[in-house]
Ligand binder design. Structure first.
Ligand SMILES: C[S@@+](CC[C@H](N)C(=O)[O-])C[C@H]1O[C@@H](n2cnc3c(N)ncnc32)[C@H](O)[C@@H]1O
Length: 423
């Protein structure tokens, strides 16, 4: 997509082509192109409209219904922050008193739009001309063009002296190839600019890869890991006055509360569409080690990456069975949004023969396989087990005090089991 194609898509003729492309997006691409051409849409416009409609279709997973009016590039969409994550960050900035924000490398504007919706005046800077033009178009489509403006330029030259806060989500993919960059020094804007930014602007947030090395967390910054629906999606460094705790794990659920915790225990009173739960701590505590107990808890990846397993163990009155493996064991099922809980029915030193015999005896034909600290390949194991039968089980492949072990488990169903445990 170039600037001329974007301009063409924003004319009345382009809007009509986009509307026609939206109707056929997701189907056979050749048939879709033929349908647009037979409707009299010129070939170039038809191709641009079909690409845009397809990107919008994919973008629904990130942005929900708002995707329908957005202009997108493939690279920009891949790098854009999910709507629920951006909205929560924007709410936190607003609650911290931020009223003006520089978004340094704003991409298509997912974060900037969320901040603008939260009532923050956003000045976006974007180096790529097409992406910058799309971000501006997205602001207009959202009715936010007066509170989110975009300039095409180098973010490192932007004067941040007049804003309350700075946000930077550096590009972590190589332009052209789209390949991931793992070395922060190769981010754009570069890591030294990003870390120095925190010294210049007292309220600074930096979005980083969830695999960030803890050694790179600037002293005094809060490092937050965020998961959505159990998938680890990003980390953020909250610097200067925005830092509240050393480490935070934020667990977001999209849509109405559906997990056992929300239904069975605490009413989830966070704003929809996402309810969120937060666990905080130092990130340096170590959980106690003990035997395998009746319930095993598999912590959310945000908790594990934030090094908050010990804090969760404290909440669940749980222990590890191996100091290096993040499964937590307790005598009662923990109703927590920070871990999935399973009831352990059997503990076996790992042996394919013994496991197969046990599962046959139980008439288990379907297994889900979880693993931490095991080199076994779940799919290979599933094949080797040659299961048959009407029952289901969960297998946890792990180590206990260093020894390869398999736990045979069943799900804990809330709220019935909880009531049983309480009564
Ligand atoms: C990860 S994306 C931002 C995504 C954005 N937060 C969103 O959610 O839509 C990073 C963007 O920074 C831009 N960029 C990289 N280096 C830049 C620089 N020095 N100045 C301005 N923009 C830059 C890239 O073109 C890219 O669009």
């Amino acid at each position: 997509m170039d600037l001329d194609q974007l301009a063409a898509l924003r004319t009345p003729e382009g809007s009509a082509a986009l509307a026609a492309a939206t109707e056929v997006a997701g189907g056979d691409p050749l048939a879709a192109a033929a349908a647009l051409r037979s409707a009299g849409v010129p070939a170039g416009l038809a191709a641009a409209a079909l690409t845009q409609a397809e990107l919008r279709r994919r973008a629904v997973a990130k942005f929900g219904p708002a995707a329908a009016g957005m202009f997108l590039t493939r690279a920009g969409l891949e790098q854009a922050t999910r709507g629920v994550v951006a909205a929560r960050r924007a709410d936190r900035l607003r609650a911290a008193g931020v009223r003006t924000l520089a978004d340094l490398g704003c991409g298509l504007g997912a974060d900037a739009l969320a901040a603008a919706r939260a009532g923050i005046r956003v000045y976006g800077v974007e180096a790529d001309p097409v992406t910058a033009a799309m971000a501006a178009a997205n602001a207009e489509a959202a009715g936010l063009a007066d509170v989110f403006t975009v300039e095409c330029g180098d973010a490192t030259a932007f004067d941040v002296s007049a804003v309350d806060a700075a946000f930077c989500d550096p590009a972590r993919r190589r332009a052209g190839t789209g390949r991931r960059i793992f070395d922060p020094n190769a981010y754009s804007p570069p890591w030294d600019f990003v870390t120095a930014l925190a010294e210049r602007v007292p309220h600074t947030v930096v979005k980083v890869a969830p695999g960030l090395d803890h050694a790179l967390i600037p002293p005094g910054a809060e490092a937050e890991w965020v998961s959505v629906g159990g998938d680890l999606v990003e980390a953020a460094l909250w610097c200067g006055r925005l830092a509240e705790v050393p480490r935070r794990a934020t667990v977001l659920k999209e849509g109405p509360p559906v997990n056992a915790f929300c239904i069975g225990r605490a009413p989830c009173n966070h704003p929809q569409p996402a309810c969120h739960h937060q666990l905080t701590g130092s990130g340096t505590e170590e959980a106690a080690v003990g035997p395998v107990r009746r319930y095993v808890h598999d912590p959310d990846p945000a908790v594990v990456r934030a090094h908050l397993v010990a804090e969760l163990a404290g909440e669940l009155d749980a222990t590890l069975a191996d100091p290096t493996i993040a499964y937590l064991y307790a005598d009662t099922p923990g109703a927590t949004p920070f871990a999935r809980c399973l009831e352990v029915t059997d503990v076996l030193p790992f042996s394919l023969k013994r496991l197969r015999a046990l599962l046959r005896e139980r008439r288990v034909g379907r297994v889900e396989i979880l693993k931490r600290g095991s080199a076994l390949e779940p799919e290979r194991l599933r094949r080797d087990l040659r299961l048959a039968g009407p029952e289901a089980a969960s297998l946890v492949l792990t180590r206990v005090a260093g020894a390869p072990t398999v736990l045979v488990c069943r799900p804990v169903t809330y709220p019935l089991d909880q009531e049983a445990a309480a009564g």
